[in-house]
Ligand binder design. Sequence first.
Ligand SMILES: Cc1cc2nc3c(=O)[nH]c(=O)nc-3n(C[C@H](O)[C@H](O)[C@H](O)COP(=O)(O)OP(=O)(O)OC[C@H]3O[C@@H](n4cnc5c(N)ncnc54)[C@H](O)[C@@H]3O)c2cc1C
Length: 490
Amino acid sequence: MKISVIGAGIGGLASACLLASRGHKVTVYEKNSRVGGKMNLVEAEGFRFDTGPSLLTMPHLLEKLFNECEQRLEDHLKLLPISPICRYNYQDGTVFDCFDDRLKTQSEIDRIAPEDSQSYSQFLDYAESIYNKTADAFIYNPLYDFSDFRNLDLFSFFGIDAFSKVSGKIDAYFESEYLRKFFKRFTTYNGSSPYLAPATLNVIPHVELNQGGFYVDGGMYKIAETLFWLAGSLGVDFVFNAEVSEINVSNKKIDGIYVNGAFHSSDLVVANSDATETVVHLLSEVDIPIKKKEKAAAIEPSCSGFVLLLGIDTQYEQLVHHNIFFSQNYEQEFQQIFEQKVMPGDPTIYIANTSFSNPSHAPEGGSNLFVLVNAPYLSESYDWDKESASYGSKVIKSLEERGLSDLSSHITFQSIITPKDFYIKYLSNKGSIYGTSSNNKFAAFVRPRNKSREIDGLYFAGGSTHPGGGIPLVIQSAFNVVELIDRYEG
Ligand SMILES: Cc1cc2nc3c(=O)[nH]c(=O)nc-3n(C[C@H](O)[C@H](O)[C@H](O)COP(=O)(O)OP(=O)(O)OC[C@H]3O[C@@H](n4cnc5c(N)ncnc54)[C@H](O)[C@@H]3O)c2cc1C
């Protein structure tokens, strides 16, 4: 079959590889000049920055993708476990290193929060039990039609904590504010608030702390580059600077797409473009009823991000590869981001310092700091055109106060990426960086599925679709697409 893929993000690349390996004729149309989507890259003045993901979890899904394409992941990418996985800095000066080795982390906990010594292991076992009860049902399953529900063990749904909040459950397990903040942060991995999201999301610490969090030697963008190579080796064609403006439908069935004014006929279309944007802007009201468009537009996106890329001429010895500087009042920070939809006054700041693991990512003696603050998705409440430069200065000042002394005088390269940039560059709904939010216990059910119910031959892959955002789930969405194409078009 002749298949057009809209977008060369991880979801588009993975779908293209899987479909080409099954013998389909696949062309990927990407609006930008290179692959990767939100997994992207900036190289300037001797510095190299990943501008999107910095941590790979659930690597078995990437491995499965390579295997299905008759390749071995380890022949192309070197996944490095990072030790410590992350260094957490609290405002009272306490520092906590977390490892994927439970015993090592345990001794850190005994040092900073002996009152919670027992609870750490208990909580990780609880997180694992949620994973065991939910993974087959909600992750490794397209959840599209009756046949997808048939084999589910419905009894396993009891005890997945959908009716309490992440924060409530964590507060009940831990007395120490250090550990409460530490565990609540994992909810932000899919762009949600620990004070709003169902406690089922406590599954995320299991994925990082029990299964492992990895960096790709050379930089995360290597994943996108390697998938691009893999797709090419399987015969996939790529067209860059090619923004799809319309999906053409005839009698409720895919006909083709319009790119830069030209029509390209297709038997099937896989939209890796944001699902809301696709339904609202690429399909006509004849093909999708206005009510469905309104429903798509009403889906709450995940949070966005404010990014500072700082090339500096020094190395701070307190920085490891992944670093977190916590805010004082975590709940207030999430209220500002998710309810008031403004930037936090006192933000939690994440720094990826990949020059710690790959010194070639900065000139000798320097560092490449990717600084990320969670940000609200785009709304009337915050004007990025007015605020971005001053917020950048505020973050730099805050890092100086938290120990990176004289940071501003060491900066030799600086670039800012705002939620507005994420929208303009990748057309993600309201600048969201993880797709849809999970701030609601029904989120898993309202997230768009991987096949359109209105239009035959239209499929969706990517973080704005089932099962959700982040590299591994986006790859799973591509597996779902292929499974549904085999089922419905075979
Ligand atoms: C700052 C940041 C940090 C992150 N950290 C992590 C992390 O540590 N770990 C992790 O697992 N995940 C992380 N994520 C999330 C992860 O990057 C995303 O979930 C994933 O990359 C999304 O892939 P995708 O294929 O769904 O979409 P995208 O990457 O958005 O790809 C969609 C592609 O479609 C193209 N496109 C859109 N519309 C059109 C059109 N009309 N015509 C043609 N092309 C179009 C876009 O240009 C884009 O290339 C992070 C994201 C960001 C931004």
